[in-house]
Ligand binder design. Sequence first.
Ligand code: ADP
Length: 494
Amino acid sequence: MTPTAAPSAAHTVTPALESDWAYSPAPETVKVAIADRYSHFINGKFVAPRKSGYFSTVNPASEVPLAEIAQGEAADVDAAVKAAAAAQPKWASLKPSERAKFMFRIARRIQDRARELAVLETMDGGKPIKESRDVDVPLAAAHFFYHAGWADKLGYAFPGRTPRPVGVCGQIIPWNFPLLMAAWKLAPALACGNTCVLKPAETTPLTALRLAEILQEVELPPGVVNIVTGDGRTGAALVNHPGVHKIAFTGSTEVGKKIAGAVAGTDKRLTLELGGKSPNIIFEDASIDQAVECIISGIYFNQGHVCCAGSRLFVQESILDEVTTKLRMRLASLRVGDPLDKNTDLGAINSRPQLEKIEHYLRIGREEGATLHAANASPLPAKGYWCRPAFFTGVQPSHTVAREEIFGPVLAVLSFRTPEEAITRANNTPYGLAAGVWTDKGSKIFDIARQLKAGVVWLNTYNRFDPSSPFGGFKESGFGREGGRQGLKAYLCT
Ligand code: ADP
């Protein structure tokens, strides 16, 4: 059963507010050239894979293949690691302000080519163009700008120490923020004098490969950044390569556990940014309209493809009806469809397996007794992977949809009576990536935030990112921080 199925007692469908909310199409007009085939980027050049294996990357909004991508084997990973190892001493001994200049140039070229990168990100990943244009690409540039500023100030970050680079960093990233995750990983590593081998996700490699062109344009020394494409096997080859000194991984908790196992007993350093089931807590004294708007954008605007999405909404009992009514109304106004349309709120789900996973959770949620509320938005395109935004009410903490990460546009709404109950329920999860608190009372904010077991706690806002703010998890959401002074630690021996 999908959210588009016929209504029943446990499934309410809110009709789209067609007449009030219909927008004329506003398609992005920039056309981006995509090559038929892409190779790995090793030692400053694009090089064909050793065993000449390729796979397709597909536009999830049309199911049309966009390009053939090299499938990295152990030999490709080995060549990339050797190039990174050869380049590392020279990169580390470069005057720090010179390293910074390269990074400033990368940031500026990302800005120059922002529109092209945004279109490509949307075509390859399915996210709405307004997200890739306004969030992903500007933040990617900001990460290079911010970390360029640290390159010649590392001594101030860790006073009394002499920070040294770790060496060769293997970096494995997921498909939800492809370019941004590349920037999160590469920028701090480069600022600290490390060299990198980056492995993008198999469904979204195109912007990382476009970044490789930018690295060539700014004449980054060969070998400082290498990009090897492929699936989990390529990632595993990178994790197991003896020439890698540090692994930085963002992705599922399941794969994170495998990587932790592979790295255990070696002298490799490891940081993991994994899944989440983050709580968003609304108290009755909160500004409810503001909270609902932020919750909507936080869980739905990127199809819920956000590891820190506030996917468990805890609402104080006295305002439960008001909040769910507002949620239902706002859901009806969301626009699902062509991700390249500037008015689209929810684009395509990244891949068929991910869509099937979300549909599985929608089915389980109903079978376990929760009520599904789905928006019956305007007709969906015939091709592509689509999921209408939805939320569950009548959710018990034991329900699967309240416990497991769905990674889709699906919210589980739960209630609470007292602040103590909210904290206990919010913390009742194996994850601990992020949390949100909505209240008008300053003292309550600080009291609650202190007791939430989450790496990031947003107060009267949600999903706000800045390169200077460290991000990372507790418990099964991983360890290590990315961003800020704390994020540098992972890339330095201090
Ligand atoms: P998601 O569930 O977000 O797709 P995954 O954890 O499956 O996340 O994938 C995140 C990244 O990890 C991708 O680049 C993927 O290719 C890579 N990956 C998958 N399996 C492994 C593995 N066993 N070792 C290393 N990397 C892997």
